[in-house]
Ligand binder design. Sequence first.
Ligand SMILES: [Zn+2]
Length: 327
Amino acid sequence: MANYPTKRLRRLRYNPFVRDMVRETVLSKNDLIYPLFAVPGKNIKNPIKSMPGVFQFSVDSLVKECKEVEELGIPAVILFGIPEHKDEKGSEAYDPNGIIQKAIKEIKKEVKNLLVITDVCLCEYTSHGHCGVLKGEEILNDESVELLVKEALSHVEAGADIVAPSDMMDGRIGAIRNGLDNNGFEKTPIMSYAAKYASGFYGPFRDAAESAPAFGDRRSHQMDIANADEAMREIETDVDEGADIIMVKPAGHYLDVIYRAKQKFGMPTAAYQVSGEYSMIKAAALNGWIDEERVMLETLTSIKRAGADIFLTYFAKDVAKWIDNNR
Ligand SMILES: [Zn+2]
C-alpha cells in the first residue's frame, strides 16, 4: 500500500455520474436474441410451468409476439419448433411445411425489422428425443449430419437469416456450410453452438421444447461439464469449418470458457443463458428472496464482462424495457 493515501480507488465511486462515465461493461439491445417456441394450432399461448413468463406460441400468436419484440428494439429471435408428428428420423425438421418453416415464412411476411435465427437439431422432432439417428441406443454421427444439413437448408429456404446448429455432432458446421453454399446461400451466417455442455440447467427447456430423451442422456455428444481445454478444441474445429459466430452454452457458470474463447479466437461470441439459469432467478424472485431486475442485470453484465458479445436470454424483453427506462 505504498501509494496510499494518494491512490484512492473509491474516488471514482462516490458520484453516480462518475460511476456511469467509467463503467466498463454496458448492456445494449443490439446484444439480445430472444428464444421462442412454436407449436401447431391456432391462437395458442401456453405458459411453460417451469419457466414463468415464457410461452409456447402457435404461428399466428408467434407473429404477434415477434411484432412486440421488434417494437422493443430487440434485433433477433431464435426459433425452436414442436412438431405435429415425431418419428425416428425427425422428418418434420426438414419438411418444407414443418412448424418452423411455416413460422419463418409468416414472421418474415409480417415483421420486417427482425432477424430470424433457427435452432438446428433433431431432438425436438424425433420420437426418441435424441439429437440424431439411432442404431440401437447409439446416435450415428454422419447419418445425423446429413439430416441436419437438410434441416438447415430448409430453414434458409423458408427465409431464416441465420442458422444455429445445436446438436454437437462432429463435422456438422462444415457439412452445413457446404450444403448452404451449394444451394446459393453462401451469404447466410452460421452461429454454432460450439461449446455446448451436457448441463443439468437445461431441465426446464425440455418442458418447453418437449424434447426430453426417451432413454439415456446427451453425454455422448454434448461436452463434459468438467472440460475447458476441450471446449477450445471444439470451438477451433467449428471456426475452421466456417462458423461465423461461436456460442458457449450454458453461460453463467461457464464464464471461464467464454473468457478463454474470446481471448483465443477473437470471434463474435454468443452465450446462452439457459432455461435453468432463468428459472432459478425467477423462482427466487417470486419468493421475494432476490431482486429480480438487479440479479438479471448482474448475470448478463457478468456474461458480457467475460467476453460475450451476444446473449440468448429469456430475459431479452425485460432487458430491452430496462434499457429504455434507464436512458
Ligand atoms: Zn438436440
